[in-house]
Design a protein around this ligand. Sequence first.
Ligand SMILES: C[S@@+](CC[C@H](N)C(=O)[O-])C[C@H]1O[C@@H](n2cnc3c(N)ncnc32)[C@H](O)[C@@H]1O
Length: 252
Amino acid sequence: MYVCFNSTFEYIQSCIYNIYRPIVVFMKKKKENRTKEMKKPWPTKDAMEQVYEMKLWGDNNSDFYSGIGSHDPEIVNPYIAVLTSFLTSFKNPLVVCDLGCGDFNVGKELVRHTKKYIAIDIVKDLIEHNKSIFKEENLEFHCLDIAVDNLPSGDCAILRQVLQHLSNTEVQSIVSKLTDFKYVILTEHIPEGRFTPNKEIISGQGTRLKKQSGLDVFAPPFNFKVKEEKQLLSVILNDRKGVILTTLYNNF
Ligand SMILES: C[S@@+](CC[C@H](N)C(=O)[O-])C[C@H]1O[C@@H](n2cnc3c(N)ncnc32)[C@H](O)[C@@H]1O
């Protein structure tokens, strides 16, 4: 095939293009691969350890801080009130498993209303820290990955602002274990109004809110089935920052 050039300049331009094009394509591919490698999810344990080490959820000058959602009185106080009301409504107090207990600023207010309170988190140093501070006869701390490990048995599972940070695969694995508990109390930070549920995220500091999404355990791919559902609390955050919704599920 003959290619006609109108000028020497055009000819030189074409030569340069033909020489450099494969190099540019090669460099572009290399950059794309590097970006893909960087986006490869970390193990959740490492991601959560980093969140606490680097104070990615903020800092209140303590060694471990689980974020404003665990400390702001406007968010925390009504939650403690509804949970207290639920837990004290039983003649025989419940065995509660707090899955993803965090810095325990919230959990510590519930222990006294339970028969036994089993608090679990994936971050070992956080669990050791909690053990050294919070000591009650009916309180146990365990370091477990709730997506991977077997869960202790109990009457009621509490998951407060935990699933919102986890990938769909991990949520799926956790949801499949929740049917062992008679009661499940789930708290999730979701967008206000309508949204596309369950968009995929990489487990870590962030939530689905950055994708204008939130968790809905009844929607695909989770399709959680329960006997009864009751909304216990809804806290609307200022500046359209979403809603923190607490729901009670009754499994049997
Ligand atoms: C935003 S904090 C909420 C803490 C607490 N539930 C509260 O409301 O104050 C989420 C917690 O879940 C824990 N977590 C995340 N994935 C976990 C997993 N797979 N197994 C156990 N804990 C996990 C994190 O380490 C973190 O402490």
